[in-house]
Design a protein around this ligand. Structure first.
Ligand SMILES: *Cc1c(COP(=O)(O)O)cnc(C)c1O
Length: 221
């Protein structure tokens, strides 16, 4: 199947109120252009230099989501080009983003990444660390970031019950944080969970935005 066919198949399997981030990491701009031409506007990347390089060759109205571990020394380089960092895993990173965004007069959407998987290799904060971040004075002083939701990755396993449980924990975290820290704002709305292998399960557990790569663009080497 072509990228275009894959794309429309994925789109048709996602409810209208769930957004799709097309994860284009390692894939060439020509592949991105194919589904841009089909209407896709949100793309996900996990390397700063890759976004910088690709955005210069693609239309300006693409919304780039940063979805991997963002090194603090890469923040300055990537902030002019992205609309959202889905992978906030520390207060220090958030501070750096706020600082660089202020310098260029932008507001960057951010999701708090929580570790829901059992695998040690998966990144993200504990729930307690997230609460600590949101309770901090530093956070309250930030004007150039907006926390718009949460993000998480389930364990890579065939055990559907476990995946369900992990996604439902992320949904629970969202539901606890919302009244506690975002009662008077309208932008804390996103639960980013689900990838090629598990996005259907994630949608069943309340995902509002899925990040799908290989099912659209093919496998990565
Ligand atoms: C690579 C990646 C995805 C997409 O993975 P696929 O299995 O190719 O759909 C989603 N989220 C994150 C954080 C990723 O790094």
């Amino acid at each position: 199947m072509s990228i275009k066919d894959n794309y429309f198949e994925i789109l048709s399997s996602i409810p209208e109120n769930v957004q799709l981030v097309a994860v284009s990491k390692t894939k060439p701009v020509a592949d991105i252009q194919v589904i841009y031409d089909c209407g896709q506007r949100i793309f996900g990347e996990n390397k700063a230099h890759e976004i910088v390089e690709k955005q210069s060759q693609l239309p300006d109205d693409i919304e780039w989501h940063f979805i991997g571990h963002l090194q603090r020394n890469k923040v300055k380089m990537v902030i002019p080009y992205i609309s959202c960092v889905e992978s906030i895993d520390s207060l220090r990173l958030l501070k750096d983003i706020d600082n660089e965004a202020r310098k260029i007069n932008r507001v960057i959407d951010c999701f708090l990444e929580f570790k829901i998987a059992r695998e040690e290799t998966k990144s993200g904060m504990t729930f307690e660390q997230g609460v600590e971040l949101l309770s901090s004075n530093d956070y309250k002083m930030m004007n150039n970031i907006r926390i718009c939701g949460v993000m998480g990755m389930a364990t890579y396993t065939k055990d559907v019950a476990q995946i369900k449980e992990e996604f439902s924990r992320l949904k629970d975290m969202f539901e606890i944080l919302k009244p506690q820290f975002f009662k008077y704002v309208d932008y804390f709305t996103q639960i980013s969970m689900g990838m090629s292998d598990d996005y259907q399960i994630a949608i069943g557990q309340g995902s509002t935005i899925v990040r799908v790569g290989s099912s659209i663009f093919g496998g990565r080497v």
